[in-house]
Structures are given as structure tokens and as C-alpha cells.
Ligand binder design. Structure first.
Ligand code: PLP
Length: 380
């Protein structure tokens, strides 16, 4: 078997059609989009066309889409600029957020700019809307930052309900949609969020490019100062071919979403079934094994407790299988998964995140299961 790539939540392979769309902007159309001559204007027009494409897909206005270097920058911009612009004094979030959010809000709290409220979670990592409501009643001068889907355990937040609740209180809502962008439909006329984000490499686009949606009702000041790019919101010559690729990748993702989803769900369900048949005591983290209530690209698996669990990913890698993961941190250690640690998972259980794309097959799952069986048999 050739190599098996099951780490699509980390990054996805670039779609060839996306590359073809980008190529002319690497080779032929090299003008600086800020230049006023024809070489520049041609490229500027392509960027604005890409912006319009993204805005149309998300059912919003191009004036609310700002291209960034990726999800991390978009999250940082939304959070840091909101706190500064609106004098926000509280941030409500959870310990399960991606570090792009968690480390940012922790830094703001450490500096004394905000009070941090980490929500209680159920064992699957779900929040309770009543708790958010209670906190917002106490002080609506608050930024709520909750991810749409957790990148490790696939648990989904009901961002429509959270957005409506936040809005009722006059607070601000940022949601890290990096893992759902291109995999779920986002309709920004329906979703009342102030900020959502995207990162092209999570939906078969290029790395190092993403975007931030800023709802027009709550504008923010620039995060990166410099030139007048992105309508004065982000200085720096644009990642032109990245932006072209992002728009194409999102377009392809939207036009085939149902078909890709059906395929990926079939592969994921097959893996769940095979793991249950083959591995005694296997467990699934978050809601990832519940197809109707999870990020369908992610399956987080806990294997039976063993001292050898540290070697799991390494042993899979030796067999050409790329996955990721990490157990909860054992006491005194700060390596491992901050998500599983926050959920109180057993550090002795090896956790592996398998994450799928449309390129994965059931035959690959069979291969992974056979190798997992070998690895687990040898160590007993
Ligand atoms: N947010 C989430 C939920 C992610 O999964 C990631 C990527 O792993 C990011 C943010 C960061 O995105 P980027 O790699 O584009 O900076």
C-alpha cells in the first residue's frame, strides 16, 4: 500500500485545479496589485474578483472579506482589535480552542486587558448556552470566542444559537470556523456572527493564506500597519496567487460539498465500525463518532491504556500512515493534547486523530486497521 494520509485536519493536499488557477499569477501576472499601471491593475482586478467569489459563496458583501496569512492571523486580528476598538473587558471562551485563539486571549488576560471566563464543558466538550447567557447578563461588554468545530475531537458548537444569544445581549461574537470552512455551508445572512475565519489549506487550497470576515456593524482598526492594502486593513503586498487559489478552492468545495461529505462520511463510518470490531476497549473522543453531530472529517480514537502509547504515531508512521494526536498530558508534563487534558481524559490512553478528505478510501482504512492490529498485538 502506498502511503496513507489521514491528517487532513492539519492540512489537505492542494487540488490540481486550484494549482492551475494559481499558476498564471506566479508566472505571467506578476505586477504589484498596488501599482497603477496595467500590470498592477490586472492583478488588482483578479484579487477583487477572488474577494467577490468568496463573498458570494458566503452570501455576504466583498467589503466584509479581508485576506490574511491564514487562520491564526485572522483569529488574532478579530480578538485583539475587538478588545482594543471596543474596550471589551471580558472574553468568554473554552480551554478547547485552537492555540491561535487560546494563547491570544491568555496573553490579553495576563496583560490585564480582559477577564477570561472559561466555560464549563460536558465530557464531549460541549458548552451550555445557559452559562453563556448568565455571564452575558452580568456584563455584556464581552467578546464571545467559540470555535465552530474542534480540530482535535470534532465536537461542534451551535454557532447560530450562540450568535443570536450574543447579539441579544449586545456582545460581540467571533467564531473560529477554520475546520468547517469549505466543509459546511456558512450563510452570513443567517449566521449573526461578527467575525468568522477561513484558512485555504484546510480545504485543498494553498498554505499561508486565509481570510477574516468582519461584519459591517462592528468595524475594527488594522492589525498590521503599513500600506493601504486590503482597504487599509492589512498592510503588505498581497499573497496574490494564494488569494486566487483560496477563492478557487472554496468555489470547488462549495460546488461539490454534498458529494464530498457523503464520501467522507462513508469512509469515517467504515473506520468506526472496523475499529469497534477489531480493537477491544476502543473509545472515541468528543462527539467525533456521532456522524450527525460532529465535524465529519475528524475521528479521534482512544486506544486501551498502555505504557507504549507514546510510540503509536511513530509506529503508524513507519508503516506509511500519517495521523496525528496525543493523549492528555500526564501530571507535570505540558506536552500532549491541551484539548484532551481539558476534558480530563486518561493520559494512559493513546489518542489518535484520524482526519479524512475526499481522497481517502475504505481500502486505506483496511490497511490502517491491519497495521493497528499488528502494532497492538506486538506490544501486548
Ligand atoms: N484554528 C483552527 C481550529 C485550526 O485547526 C487551525 C489550523 O490548524 C488554525 C486555527 C490555524 O490556521 P492557520 O494554519 O491557517 O494559521
Amino acid at each position: 500500500m502506498e502511503k496513507v494520509y489521514l491528517d487532513n485536519a492539519a492540512t489537505t493536499p492542494l487540488d490540481e485545479a486550484v494549482f492551475e488557477e494559481m499558476k498564471p499569477y506566479m508566472l505571467n501576472y506578476f505586477g504589484n496589485p498596488s501599482s497603477i499601471h496595467s500590470h498592477g491593475r490586472q492583478v488588482r482586478a483578479a484579487i477583487e474578483k477572488a474577494r467577490k467569489k468568496v463573498a458570494d459563496l458566503l452570501n455576504t458583501s466583498p467589503s466584509e472579506i479581508f485576506f490574511t496569512s491564514g487562520g491564526t492571523e485572522a483569529d488574532n486580528t478579530a480578538i485583539r482589535c475587538t478588545v482594543e476598538e471596543y474596550g471589551v473587558k471580558n472574553i468568554i471562551t473554552t480551554g478547547l480552542e485552537h492555540h491561535a485563539v487560546l494563547h491570544t486571549v491568555e496573553m490579553l488576560a495576563k496583560r490585564g486587558d480582559v477577564n477570561l471566563h472559561l466555560l464549563d464543558l460536558d465530557p464531549q466538550g460541549r458548552v451550555d448556552l445557559n452559562q453563556i447567557d448568565e455571564l452575558l447578563k452580568k456584563d455584556p461588554n464581552t467578546l464571545v470566542s467559540l470555535m465552530h468545530a474542534n480540530n482535535e475531537i470534532g465536537t461542534l458548537n451551535d454557532i447560530d444559537a450562540i450568535a443570536n444569544l450574543t447579539r441579544e445581549h449586545g456582545a460581540i461574537f467571533h467564531t473560529d470556523t477554520v475546520q468547517t470552512m469549505g466543509h459546511f455551508k456558512h450563510d452570513l445572512q443567517e449566521l449573526k456572527a461578527n467575525f468568522i475565519v477561513g484558512s485555504a489549506h484546510k480545504f485543498h487550497g494553498p498554505k499561508g493564506v486565509g481570510f477574516l470576515y468582519v461584519n459591517h456593524e462592528r468595524k475594527i482598526h488594522p492589525f498590521i500597519h503599513g500600506g493601504a492594502q486590503e482597504r487599509n486593513m492589512r498592510g503588505g503586498t498581497e499573497n496574490v496567487y494564494g488569494i486566487i487559489g483560496l477563492a478557487k478552492a472554496l468555489e470547488l468545495a462549495y460546488s461539490h460539498m454534498d458529494e464530498h461529505r457523503k464520501h467522507i462520511e462513508g469512509v469515517k463510518q467504515y473506520m468506526i465500525d472496523q475499529l469497534k470490531i477489531n480493537i477491544d476497549g476502543v473509545e472515541f473522543n468528543g462527539t467525533s463518532a456521532d456522524l450527525d453531530n460532529s465535524l465529519y472529517t475528524v475521528l479521534n480514537v482512544s486506544l486501551p491504556p498502555s505504557d507504549d502509547n507514546d510510540m503509536l504515531l511513530f509506529n503508524l508512521d513507519i508503516n506509511g500512515i500519517s495521523a496525528s494526536g496525543g493523549s492528555a498530558c500526564s501530571s507535570g508534563s505540558n506536552v500532549g493534547s491541551h484539548v484532551l487534558t481539558a476534558l480530563g481524559s486518561d493520559p494512559m490512553r493513546g489518542a489518535i486523530r484520524f482526519s479524512f478528505s475526499r481522497f481517502n478510501t475504505k481500502e486505506q482504512v483496511d490497511y490502517v486497521i491491519s497495521k493497528l492490529n499488528e502494532i497492538l498485538t506486538i506490544r501486548v
